[in-house]
Write a protein of this length. Structure first.
Length: 158
């Protein structure tokens, strides 16, 4: 279920709230190959299914940074500012990749609103600790403390 908020005060009051989970997403080879093309990271563990079948994971795996980038897809499914003027990813405080995400795996995210602090009367910075679950796995594919900044409108949408 998505948590929505319309002001800095609302999100500050919600610190500690659990978020999600998001919907499931299947990580297919096309997505992995497109990420390799976009980033120039053509490591055989990611893009060569034949060689990867004989490698340490038995098949190709998603790039760690692909896994990380998918958190940006999942966050709005769990955590959404209404009456928003603008929002930006502000960065990351801590990122770990406890388990590889194999091609064909289904993943989803869950989170916790760890911190929210007003930056002014109409803006706030949040930290959401996100955990990427791999269906059937014992360890997450990614755990990251994500930082966001949101600025709200003073009146109704124009």
């Amino acid at each position: 279920m998505r948590f929505t908020f319309g002001s800095p005060a609302e999100v500050v009051a919600a610190v500690g709230r659990l978020l999600g989970p998001s919907d499931w997403l299947t990580v297919d080879q096309v997505r992995i190959d497109l990420f390799a093309e976009a980033t120039g990271d053509h490591q055989w563990l990611h893009v060569d299914p034949v060689r990867a079948a004989a490698g340490p994971f038995g098949r190709t795996i998603a790039h760690g940074f692909l896994t990380l980038s998918l958190l940006n897809k999942f966050l709005p499914e769990m955590f959404w500012p209404e009456n928003l003027d603008w929002g930006v990813n502000y960065g990351l405080d801590r990122v770990r990749f406890p388990a590889p995400v194999p091609v064909g795996a289904r993943i989803r995210a869950a989170g916790e609103l760890v911190e929210a602090r007003p930056l002014g009367p109409l803006s706030v910075q949040t930290m959401v600790r996100m955990t990427m679950e791999i269906e059937g796995g014992t360890k997450p594919g990614c755990v990251a403390d994500t930082l966001q900044r949101y600025a709200f409108r003073t009146g109704p949408p124009s």
